[in-house]
Design a protein. Structure first.
Lengths: 758, 617
């Protein structure tokens, strides 16, 4: 199909809008209210064009390209109209700087002081340079505003964490409102009042904090002006350069764009081209990267305990002290604890070090009993395979989602967006949660069951489905035995336990059975802290409903660790952690029961392990070191360092290389992270793709092969274990021991509001 | 329906209710009961009779005697004379303005004589809360015909052949709209009745909903069969409590009788209606904004295309017509397209309901055949301008419409002629203006209205109407400059061509049409600082003619700000610096004396100077 724009013939496919088509072909059409993630809104009216045969002017953002169309984008009338409209927009916005004749020469001299109560011009605005209104004025060419100023007045609102709101800079394009509603499903921002009184605000003009805001920052990123702004950069100069990094603060794998100046991190914002996140992130990635990197709790120098006190020392001394103790003890006397938040490189080298140098049975950590590992174990015990990837794009097209527990916006922000998209597309989202769960931020219907009734609920659901004949998978292996056990099940008693009516149960059963595609989401919360959760029931439910079971992880390095540990040989259990006399702690450890001869701690932040540590080895954060992370989707992405390691800290795999050398062991001196990846690729079959990952900008998604047919499992196999004693599962806000929800005032306020009972 | 010797039809339209119609009805009922006339005389509370100027109104049938401006204390006398003694009471009858004679029979009153009733056929004759009365006047006959004897295509063909066009303003052919919706594959489809009438001074839809709600329901069921919809919504603004109540009763009764529901009249056809109450935004009358409002969203209009017929309520094909359009449907199906098409002009068929208000003798609701001249409406039905003043202009189509000047009084009322003249049919508000109306002031009034009612979504409408209103306010204050008129015209073009929805695209019309016909009045405000109509306060001066003033102290005592000085039996003078131009002195000065003078321009400034000081703005 072809059409002409300003006389140029342009071929196109599909159903692009005229605006998209023109931009793709280098034809500039100014616009302020369109956004790649949002439905066209057609409110700013700057993209008006003429289409032959159509009356008047049509907005290019809201007009589909059609075969044979003749479009004109810059006739004198259109230019006059755009100028007229932009002048009107400018009459509501400070515009002295925008139309100033000295604009080009001013750039060199203007200061960067933004500590003013009112923004009266671009020089004082922190959107200066990235403001779309500046761009529009340039494109349209406004030199004078013929109308009196109709500025909105009012204070800049600074009563929320992270975000400043200044209505006097707002042009009411609605991008913030729409991104908040359409993309994030948060419904916090809205248009308030009518006509020329319209402003962006919240219900009852409350703080964002009191309006259910999760502070994902999407509105700040969507704002074309400085009306919604990241407060932290208000008083900072402009960034000199921008780098991207994969956010290590959870398992979603958001790519962030981070501004830097003089070796310091400024603001971070989600990368619109991030393969997993496409311009979205959450409060941690959006606002706390800088906080996490430059936090005063960072360990910047190695330490050794002398005379009962930790004292700073050189790397050489620290490594020597550690090496001496490690080498002096025989195989099996050291327990090694890793972190499920570390990169593949760190975990791989730690595993090698533990098994090959220390002769430890393997590395312990929060992965034991994790949803992914438990699910894979169960599947293998049943003679089949369970896919572990959480396909975000597929979830977004779901017909039904059964969400068991889990606070998605907190722990699974991108998955939360996919579920929201599915819901907007008409999917049924069945949320089941404990009676003691925090109130949902949205008024979405949640089925509440009493604490500890998870297994009963699932068993009852299965029995109801069987009783109702909702058994599309009958005939699958194990079905008859499964059905026999369901028929015996006492449904009325179970319903009394879970405090649900038969009608509600039937409704859930039918929704789950009839809608396609179906997904069941479960995480640690539903699996039970002590292990032994209702995994078999979950498994059978997925088999019965033809649903995909999605295990949810919160730690960035979990999937990588799972694949690495699964494929590498571990030594036979020569020691149990409880009996080990020496601990090598590269991950979280419940320090309370400290009964060990010697403790070596490797990590980026000071925490309560310092109380039991004999040697402390300062590790660089993931922001400062190159590393590979596998996100929830199973996507492997290489994250490059934003800056060199702070102080004397080093990447984890380099620390281990140096320690091995100090112990006289060869073969751990990898020259670069890339060499570690090569080693992983050759030794871990599932991660073979890491070989040439560097060439792939968007990484790659682990290929899990086709899913097997439904299989029913009877009874409770042993494969479902709990977490290892001593290895705590970190809160989603905990990054390598830095508890952001405690340390950061803003996040503390946000979390505090959400869990008023804790 | 109970038969009785005499029916007393008490108008309970909103106009009459506000004049005490409910009290009147109660008084009539109790008086009739007291005299034991209950078996012979029946009191019926009807919907709006139309002649709101003369409320409360009672029509006595079958005699056809029209009583007007009745009070509760008139009731015993009226009942005694007319109902007991059989002597109609002349003193309660209608008398044309400035005439002594009375016109006893409703059929002889000029106001009613020229009207042609289709939409309002049941007005003033049935009780809108009793479905039986609607049925007694052929109600639901058309629906029966459509459901049992007509195919959807036949219904659409009939509506198309009738030439019915949307009565909400833009005049889109109704048959074509239905056909477009029917051609869509997606289901379910929806029907919407747009009852969000918001033009200042317009009350057509309100009266239809209050007087004959079943006509709307019947029309919608026929439409539902035609486009294949099973669900409809009647959107009524919250400011119309009586319309809401009567529609609620009507829907409930229709459901009880099987006129709505799963198996209508046993035909197997299913359709049901729900009421949605508007929350008072003018923009909700715009169809896409109304749809957003039903969806529970903020009433923001959406860019068209896609049109609601393709992508409407919840993204489904939707037919949205206004109250009056729906109320036409049943009559067309019952009496045939040819009957309907015989009325009106080449392109505008049938009748149109107008609310006739402003400086006119017979204020009220009128239904006239398309093509009737404005002169017939203003002078024939409306009875001309009160006080023998000069007709100046008529504003048609509300804030979206424009003014038509006296020179064009013979303009036929149809969609095209009105648009050509710079006005528009709109939903049917007609505001008559006389020489005491300032056109700058009128344009400012409408611009302020649209500016306040602009939803704020698109920039040209939100900011453009505000800037236009600012300029107009400046001109009205005598502070305009010569550049203001071209700037207004340029802004009007920007707002018209740039706005998203009909509200913005038509908002400049009142300015453009007054500039077209009354440009010299704008210029007088700007160059001479003169308001020819003596309205704009900043440009007028109140002064006292010393030669005529008798020194009665009346104005002095009544001036709210003590801006008049003087002594008993000596001529008074206005203290210009204190005067707030409220006009109290002018109104209170006895007609025999007429010493207070309102002046503007050079004369006004000279008068002010005489009183020792410039006039305070």
């Amino acid at each position: 199909m072809t059409l002409t724009i300003d006389g140029r013939t342009i071929a196109f496919e599909g159903r692009p809008t005229l605006l998209e088509l023109a931009r793709a072909n280098g034809i500039a059409i100014p616009s302020l209210c369109d956004h790649p993630l949002l439905e066209p809104f057609a409110a700013c009216r700057l993209c008006l064009v003429e289409v032959k045969g159509r009356r008047g002017y049509v907005p290019a953002c809201h007009t589909e390209a059609e075969d044979g169309q003749e479009v004109r984008t810059s006739t004198p009338e259109i230019q006059a109209l755009r100028r007229g409209i932009l002048e009107l927009i400018l009459s509501e916005h400070p515009h002295a700087c925008l139309i100033c004749a000295e604009k080009p020469s001013c750039e060199e001299y203007k200061s960067t002081i933004r500590k003013v109560g009112e923004v009266t011009g671009c020089v004082l605005c922190l959107a200066d340079g990235r403001c779309r209104l500046q761009k529009a004025v340039e494109e349209v060419g406004v030199e004078r505003v013929h109308f009196p100023a109709l500025r909105r007045t009012g204070e800049i609102r600074r009563d929320d964490p992270f975000i400043d709101r200044d209505n006097s800079l707002c042009i009411l394009c609605g991008r913030c409102v729409r991104v908040c509603h359409d993309v994030r499903g948060a419904d916090v921002l809205t248009f308030v009042n009518r006509g020329s009184e319209t402003v962006i605000g919240t219900a009852r003009d409350g703080r964002l904090l009191d309006s259910g805001c999760r502070f994902c920052g999407a509105c700040v990123d969507a704002c074309p002006t400085g009306s919604l702004a990241d407060r932290s950069v208000r008083y900072e100069p402009r960034a000199e350069e921008e780098r991207t990094v994969v956010c290590p603060l959870c398992a979603q794998g958001c790519r962030l764009r981070v501004g830097l100046r003089g070796g310091r991190i400024l603001a971070a914002s989600p990368d619109p081209e991030g393969p997993a996140n496409r311009g979205q992130a959450c409060v941690r990635g959006r606002f706390l990267a800088r906080f996490a990197i430059h936090h005063p709790n960072r360990r910047l120098r190695p330490m050794v305990r002398k005379d009962g006190e930790l004292r700073e020392c050189s790397w050489q001394d620290a490594l020597a002290a550690a090496a001496a103790r490690l080498a002096a003890n025989g195989p099996g006397s050291v327990a090694v604890i890793g972190s499920a938040q570390a990169s593949c490189e760190d975990t791989f080298v730690l595993h090698r070090f533990a098994v090959e140098v220390l002769r430890a049975p393997g590395i312990a950590g929060s992965w034991t009993g994790s949803p992914s590992e438990a699910l894979r174990g169960l599947a293998r015990a049943a003679g089949t395979e369970a896919p572990l990837n959480v396909p975000l794009a597929d979830v977004a097209r779901a017909g039904v989602v059964l969400q068991l527990g889990e606070d998605l916006p907190l722990a699974q922000p991108l998955l939360g967006l996919a579920v929201h998209r599915a819901e907007r597309g008409g999917a049924a989202v069945l949320r089941v949660d404990h009676g003691s769960a925090p109130p949902a931020p949205r008024a979405s219907p949640t089925t509440l069951i009493p604490d500890g009734a998870e297994r009963t609920f699932l068993a009852a659901l299965l029995a109801v489905m069987v009783e109702e004949g909702l058994t599309p998978s009958h005939g699958a292996p194990g079905f008859e035995a499964f059905r026999a056990s369901c028929v015996k099940f006492d449904i009325p008693a179970a319903l009394r336990t879970v405090r649900l009516s038969m009608d509600r149960m039937r409704e859930i059963a039918r929704t789950l059975a009839f809608r396609r595609p179906a997904f069941i989401l479960f995480g640690r919360q539903w699996l039970g802290a002590g292990g032994g959760g209702p995994l078999v029931e979950l498994w059978n439910l997925a088999a019965l409903a033809g649903a995909r079971l999605l295990p949810l992880e919160t730690e960035a390095g979990m999937r990588g660790a799972l694949e690495i540990r699964a494929s590498r040989t571990s030594n036979p259990a020569e020691a149990e952690i409880g009996r080990a006399r020496i601990l090598y702690l590269a991950g979280p450890w419940a320090a309370a029961a400290a009964d060990h001869d010697f403790v070596i701690v490797q990590g980026p932040y000071r925490d309560d392990l310092d109380g039991i540590a004999d040697v402390v080895l300062p590790e660089a954060t993931a922001f400062e070191s190159e590393g590979t992370f596998l996100n929830a989707e199973g996507r492997a992405q290489v994250s490059l360092p934003l800056l060199g390691p702070l102080g004397e800290s080093r990447p984890g795999w380099r620390i281990l290389g140096a320690l091995a050398r100090a112990m006289g062991q060869e073969g751990f001196d990898y020259p670069s992270a890339r060499d570690v990846r090569k080693a992983i690729a050759s030794e871990v079959p599932a991660l073979g793709g890491l070989e040439d990952l560097d060439a792939q900008v968007d990484g790659f998604v682990l290929d899990e092969g086709p899913a097997g047919g439904p299989v029913f499992i009877d009874g409770t196999p042993d494969a479902v274990g709990g977490p290892e004693p001593g290895c705590p599962v970190p809160h989603p806000d905990d990054t390598r021991g830095l508890r952001l929800n405690v340390e950061n005032k803003g996040l503390r306020a946000i979390r505090g509001r959400e869990w008023p009972r804790s | 329906v109970k038969a009785a010797r005499t029916h007393l039809l008490v108008c309970t339209g909103t106009g009459c209710v506000s004049c005490g119609a409910f009290g009147l009805r109660a008084a009539l009922e109790s008086e009739i009961a007291r005299r034991h006339l209950g078996d012979e005389v029946l009191v019926v509370a009807t919907g709006c009779n139309g002649f709101c100027e003369r409320g409360p109104i009672v029509t006595v049938q079958p005699d056809g005697i029209f009583y007007q401006r009745l009070k509760v204390e008139d009731v015993p006398f009226l009942v005694e004379e007319h109902l007991v003694k059989g002597r109609p009471v002349a003193k309660f009858m209608y008398s044309p303005p400035a005439e002594k004679r009375v016109v006893p029979r409703i059929a002889d009153i000029e106001f009613f004589k020229h009207q042609k009733l289709i939409v309002l056929r049941n007005r003033g004759r049935i009780d809108p809360e009793k479905v039986e009365e609607y049925i007694a006047y052929d109600g639901y006959e058309a629906m029966g015909k459509a459901l049992t004897a007509m195919s959807p295509d036949e219904i659409i063909a009939e509506i198309s052949a009738s030439g019915l066009r949307g009565r909400g303003g833009a005049g889109f052919p109704t048959g074509r709209k239905w056909a477009l919706c029917r051609a869509e594959k997606a289901t379910p489809r929806y029907l919407i009745c747009n009852g969000d009438e918001g033009d200042p001074g317009a009350f057509m839809d309100r009266s239809v909903l209050e007087a004959d709600p079943h006509a709307v329901i019947e029309g919608m069921v026929i439409g539902a069969k035609a486009v294949g919809a099973a669900k409809g919504f009647v959107y009524i603004r919250g400011e119309y409590p009586l319309a809401l109540k009567r529609m609620e009763i009507a829907i409930a009764r229709a459901r009880e009788l099987g006129l709505l529901g799963t198996d209508i009249l046993g035909s197997g056809f299913a359709f049901d209606l729900d009421i949605v109450q508007g929350a008072g935004a003018f923009v909700s009358g715009e169809e896409t904004a109304l749809i957003a409002s039903i969806e529970g969203e903020r009433a923001y209009p959406r860019q068209r295309p896609p049109y609601p017929a393709q992508h409407g309520l919840w993204g489904q094909p939707t037919v949205i017509n206004n109250v009056e359009t729906w109320a036409n449907v049943a009559s067309i199906i019952r009496r045939g397209a040819a009957w309907f098409a015989a009325l009106g002009t080449e392109t505008s068929k049938g009748t149109k309901v107008f609310s006739l208000v402003g400086r006119i003798n017979n204020t009220g609701l009128v239904e006239v055949p398309m093509g009737i001249s404005l002169r017939e409406i203003v002078y024939g039905i409306g009875g001309g301008i009160p006080g023998g003043r000069e007709f100046k202009a008529i504003q048609i189509g509300g804030p979206s419409g424009g003014c038509i000047p006296g020179g064009q009084l013979d303009l036929p009322v149809d969609y095209e002629s009105l648009t050509r003249a710079g006005a528009m049919m709109g939903s049917g508000g007609m505001i008559v203006m006389d020489e005491g109306t300032c056109m700058v002031d009128i344009a400012l009034y409408f611009l302020r209205f649209t500016q306040e009612e602009s939803c704020g979504k698109c920039a040209p409408c939100r900011i453009g109407t505000r800037q236009m209103a600012e300029i107009l306010a400046r001109i009205a204050a005598g502070e305009g400059t010569r550049e203001d008129i071209p700037r207004l015209e340029e802004l009007a073009w920007t707002v018209k061509s740039g706005s998203l929805c009909g509200l913005g695209q038509t908002a400049p019309n009142p300015v453009l049409s007054t500039l077209r016909y009354f440009r010299e009045e704008y210029e007088a405000h700007i160059t001479e600082r003169r308001c020819p109509a003596l309205v704009c306060k900043n440009l007028i001066t109140y002064s006292i003619d010393a030669a005529k003033c008798v020194g009665c102290l009346l104005c002095l005592k009544n001036c709210p700000v003590n801006a008049i000085k003087g002594e008993h039996k000596k001529p008074h003078a206005v203290i210009q610096s204190a005067c707030i131009k409220c006009g109290t002195c002018l109104n209170i000065c006895p007609p025999k004396v007429r010493a207070v003078v309102k002046s503007t321009g050079t004369a006004g400034r000279a008068a002010a100077a005489r009183d020792g000081g410039s006039s305070k703005p």
